[in-house]
Ligand binder design. Structure first.
Ligand code: URA
Length: 247
């Protein structure tokens, strides 16, 4: 017997054919076939992943269930699935979740904020693909007083060793520490390695602290640092829709 075997009426209910009672009726009426054989008894089990199950001649398929987790990444944690040097990783922050999760994109070890973890490969692929230009918003505390000229350069494009950056939204939020630092809010539509730090460095204002407050439609919503939560169904729909996937 396969580990995935379940009673037929349970499989049909999960696949959206109605309540288990309704699905029992489908079986009793002889409308259900498993591997070509009509089943009219209620105790029969099947494996929805291995057996061909049909209702009225149409193939039954279970909806794919994925897990979507938003972590408020703390500083000092590496964005990787495994770390050979035994540093603390984002996976240590979501221990106990029963899914084959991986982080979507990357935040530097000292960066805090929104990090999505999922087992939905197609979604992750699109969210990180430049073609979809998913916006990411950062708060960056940078050294020095950032003037209009530096703001304009950050907005229009900065020449880095891997090319000119795409246009970005950049605003000065306020000066901090007696104007020794400036808080900037930057929204980027590309995701190059250490991009915010390299951009700010290139205009003469190295980053002191970096926090991601938004990833596509996702924000922390008061989630304390170091903790995680499941996305709401509405967030999952928004996220998938933002990269052209059905709900
Ligand atoms: N840009 C950076 O420089 N670092 C991050 O962690 C994210 C974006």
């Amino acid at each position: 017997m396969s580990a995935h075997e379940q009673r037929l009426q349970k499989i049909l209910a999960q696949a959206g054919f109605g309540s288990r009672r309704v699905c029992e009726q489908l079986i009793l009426q002889g409308r259900v076939r498993v591997n070509g054989q009509v089943v009219t008894q209620l105790g029969v089990k099947a494996d929805p992943h291995a057996d061909l199950i049909e209702v009225d001649g149409k193939r039954v398929q279970l909806p794919q269930r994925h897990t979507y987790i938003l972590l408020h990444k703390p500083a000092g944690v590496v964005t990787t699935r495994r770390d050979a040097h035994a540093a603390r990783t984002v996976m240590d922050c979501v221990q106990g979740v029963q899914a084959n999760l991986f982080p979507v994109g990357r935040l530097d070890a000292d960066t805090t904020g929104v990090l999505l973890l999922t087992d939905d490969g197609e979604l992750a692929y699109r969210l990180t693909h430049p073609r979809y230009g998913v916006p990411k918003t950062y708060l960056a505390e940078v050294r020095g007083e950032v003037g209009e000229d530096a703001l304009r350069r950050l907005r229009e494009g900065v020449l880095l060793e891997d090319g000119i950056t795409a246009p970005a939204q950049v605003e000065r939020v306020r000066y901090l520490a007696d104007r020794r630092t400036t808080l900037l809010r930057l929204t980027l539509h590309e995701g190059r390695k250490r991009q915010v730090k390299r951009m700010c460095q290139a205009v003469g204002h190295p980053v002191v602290r970096l926090h991601r407050e938004r990833f596509g439609p996702l924000t922390l919503r008061r989630l304390p640092v170091g903790l995680w939560r499941y996305l709401t169904p509405e967030e999952v729909v928004l996220l998938r829709r933002s990269v052209g996937l059905p709900p």
